[in-house]
Design a protein around this ligand. Sequence first.
Ligand SMILES: C[S@@+](CC[C@H](N)C(=O)[O-])C[C@H]1O[C@@H](n2cnc3c(N)ncnc32)[C@H](O)[C@@H]1O
Length: 205
Amino acid sequence: MNDWSSTEHVLSYLRRADKIPHRTEGESVLLEEIKPDSKRILDIGSGNGRLLDLCLMKCPAASGVALDFSSAMLEQLREKYKGENRVTIVEHDLNDPLEFEVESFDVVISSFAIHHVDDDRKYKLYEEIWNILEKDGVFCNLEHVSSPTENLHKKFFEILDVDEDDSNILLDVETQLKWLNAIGFSDVDCYWKWRELALLVGKKY
Ligand SMILES: C[S@@+](CC[C@H](N)C(=O)[O-])C[C@H]1O[C@@H](n2cnc3c(N)ncnc32)[C@H](O)[C@@H]1O
């Protein structure tokens, strides 16, 4: 069951999105990896476009694609980008293959979204992201990852002070870095981490 089809779930997330501890630290490390002359940015599971906005601010010549499947989030996006021709909104379920021309983005970003698909699909999605990234492109995934122990997992949710999202399918950092390397990404690493929040980055040279 994916909770993001519920408007109440979406609004509850948006109300506390700015309060997620340390998130801005991860976002600022992510922004360090985005070249200011980037041209095309894809935000996967963009929500209301929070991360895309930050990247577009850094890249004045860039256009963006905000991709999400939740009708409540899509409504937020349509309202926010009304009359804004830099951003295209795409309704898409991440369980289905990405449908873009080959190598059409120099930046692919995502925050706290890909952990909503199962692990097989995560791997395929990473392959699809590799295929749509241009040479010299970058993939930055600020992600909710699993803890190595149940105690650490509980502690993370105690600090967050929210109930766990039933649609979370958390995976450890190490497996995801191994996958990115296997697919062909370079300079793969966890560039930032606080408890279950991690920034996974890979480049395409
Ligand atoms: C925690 S929110 C993060 C939103 C935004 N990226 C942010 O950082 O604020 C998760 C987002 O992933 C989207 N999402 C979850 N499962 C999805 C799926 N199967 N296909 C597309 N989007 C999905 C949700 O609709 C939601 O917008």
